[in-house]
Design a protein around this ligand. Sequence first.
Ligand code: FES
Ligand SMILES: [Fe+2]
Length: 417
Amino acid sequence: MTTTSAIDPQTLLARRRPEWSLERAFYTDPGIYAADIDRVWKRNWLYVGHVSRVRLPGQYFLADVAGESLIIIRGKDGAVNALYNVCRHRGSRICLEPSGTAKALVCPYHQWSYQADGTLTGARFMPEGFDRSKFGMHRARVEVAAGLIFVALSDDAPSFAPVARDLERFLAPNGMADRATICHTHTARVKANWKLVVENFRECYHCEGSHPEYLSAVSWGKKAKNQQEHDERVAAAEQGRERWKAQGLDVDGTAFSADTFHHCGRGPLKPGYQSWSLDGKPTAPLMGSQTERENWLVGFVMYPNFFLEGGCDYISTTRVLPISACESEIEINWHVHQDAVAGVDYDVERVTAVWKATAEQDLTLVQNNHAGVESERYEPGPYSTMEAPDIEHFLSWYARQLSAPAMAAGRGCKHGE
Ligand code: FES
Ligand SMILES: [Fe+2]
């Protein structure tokens, strides 16, 4: 994809004012959107889904990623593969159903057939000398950490190792790799640029005015009223950390720094809460290997599309997907213990209540934000002290991605490489 806009993103970036929102073109211009896809989405790690969707060999689901359709499929050898959904004969889509199980991937056009690792195994009436080994499906890079599947379309993607380490150490107690399943999925379209969605998810300046459900469970979403309240919060958090450490839980998070693109941490719900629920009462059986109901909330963010929050009895993941300069999609999945039975061990409404309400409120805010940004009277505005560090970290990272040299064409992984 090439950038066709007359607007030069580098000129706009050069005059970008730190800790202020971006100029309108960054949120609305199709050319800058194309540059975003090329330089941000095609060369960074992207979350696509949980391993419970591909537990068995041949199980697959489709993932739209940076304008591409990928087939995420488990091979006979147990590996998770990400294959471009493009036939090597004349280019047809191969998988048309959003998910399923396939013994072989058979193209609906002329029935070329492929194994789950992309190897071409069947192609009728091809001329003498046709070498099947040269026509395997193109593959994207795949990493699986704590049961979460990530893909990258480019060799230029940064090292995934630090992200994998943090996912494993923070999510191992929840059994996300081998003892969790999805209990509910919620997808929603929002008429807003993807950066406005991420900016919203990165700050809590708006929480007090918009998120009663979220704030019913956590105290740090709004500033302490006085020094005493502040001190009580700090003391409660410290006591929690000591308890959680004694239970073998990792409590030392990773902060965003100048050269990172993820962060994670474990913080407290309100005292006495046993779940991230509206009333603090449990919503589902404990996940994984845990034996104690505790009031912690784990949080994980990875630019540009992965947000995770959850407690001892469920984990929610939020995946952001750009659709166009002015439209995005989010997909939220809630994960519980795989043996838990809906309607018996948990009520899905209770599991999803806090984050579903919060996400819907956020999408309304973001849509209003985008509508205002489209006005000719919009101009960048300054961030508050509650927003500045987090949004600025994201926008600085974004600016670095956009300023980096364009990738050479065809840097994705070819079959067999
Ligand atoms: S396009 Fe797939 S077999 Fe012809
Ligand atoms: Fe929010």
